[in-house]
Design a protein around this ligand. Structure first.
Ligand SMILES: Cc1cc2nc3c(=O)[nH]c(=O)nc-3n(C[C@H](O)[C@H](O)[C@H](O)COP(=O)(O)O)c2cc1C
Length: 256
């Protein structure tokens, strides 16, 4: 049996995880939020981790998930989807897993539309097209249990400067961790709460309230049909709004 744990805001990583799962016998998908709420001993022989890259590293909640993971797989693979540069995300994944006695056997990156800066539609389409053969290769290699750590590289520069400097900038300059809603635009549809894998959003009097367990995935921001949600100073207009074209709301809610 196999399991893929994933985190996904705009659907890139979920799409990658779905493609791999479809070709792995008896493979289920599980969000890291679900595991973090109820950790358990993972008995699966194959364990996969699919994650976006944040600030040249793993998202902090993905790192936390790996630190909590209890598993003893025969084969473990990691795939990161990224807008341009993984920094040391896969290396970080292999290091945390090693502290848990788990060996990362395979690691790969997939370039997909950047859900932070937002990119023009034509470029998005070209990137999505270019991602397909990369995914097909990964799907095949994972299905055959290939070992390949060629992309699991040390990137000390990002460890020392990239990640901490970027998070500092996001937190202190963009106030990125303070999610807010424009009550004049919000229609109380509850989509933000439904796509939040951390269950960090609750509707109170018809408007979203944000808890303290945000994964910074920007899911609420991108899926809001009214573009009513901002992440600190990062406000979203429709041109920046991006969700993976083959991922729908049902899938984001976990009904794969
Ligand atoms: C807070 C934040 C930081 C990001 N930092 C990076 C980065 O350092 N390098 C990169 O290549 N992409 C970066 N991205 C882009 C995402 O990794 C990329 O778009 C990913 O495919 C999103 O996957 P998802 O839709 O499954 O969440 C960042 C995105 C966010 C939200």
């Amino acid at each position: 049996m196999a399991v893929i744990f994933y985190l996904s805001g705009s659907g890139n990583s979920l799409y990658a995880a779905q493609q791999i799962a479809e070709n792995l016998e008896g493979c289920r998908l599980e969000t890291i939020g679900s595991y973090l709420r109820k950790p358990y001993d993972v008995k699966d022989e194959v364990v996969g981790i699919v994650s976006p890259v944040y600030c040249f590293a793993l998202p902090p909640l993905m790192a936390k998930f790996l630190e909590k993971l209890k598993a003893k797989p025969n084969y473990c693979f990691g795939v990161v989807t990224m807008g341009g540069n993984q920094g040391r995300a896969l290396k970080q994944m292999s290091e945390i897993l090693a502290t848990k006695g788990v060996t990362l056997n395979y690691g790969q990156t997939v370039l997909m539309p950047d859900n932070f800066f937002g990119i023009p539609l034509e470029k998005r389409e070209a990137q999505l097209k270019a991602a397909e053969p990369v995914l097909v290769k990964i799907v095949g290699e994972v299905a055959e249990g290939k070992a390949d750590l060629g992309s699991v590289k040390e990137a000390m520069l990002w460890k020392l400067f990239g990640t901490s400097a970027s998070w500092w900038y996001l937190k202190n300059r963009l106030n990125f961790e303070v999610m807010t809603v424009d009550a004049t635009k919000c229609i109380g549809c509850n989509i933000c709460a439904e796509v939040c894998q951390m269950e960090n959003i609750k509707l109170v009097d018809g408007k979203p309230e944000f808890g303290s367990n945000c994964a910074s995935c920007l899911g609420c921001f991108h899926w809001c049909p009214q573009s009513a949600i901002s992440a600190g100073k990062l406000t979203l207009d429709n041109s920046k709004r991006y969700t993976h074209p083959k991922i729908n709301l049902q899938m984001m809610k976990g009904d794969q």
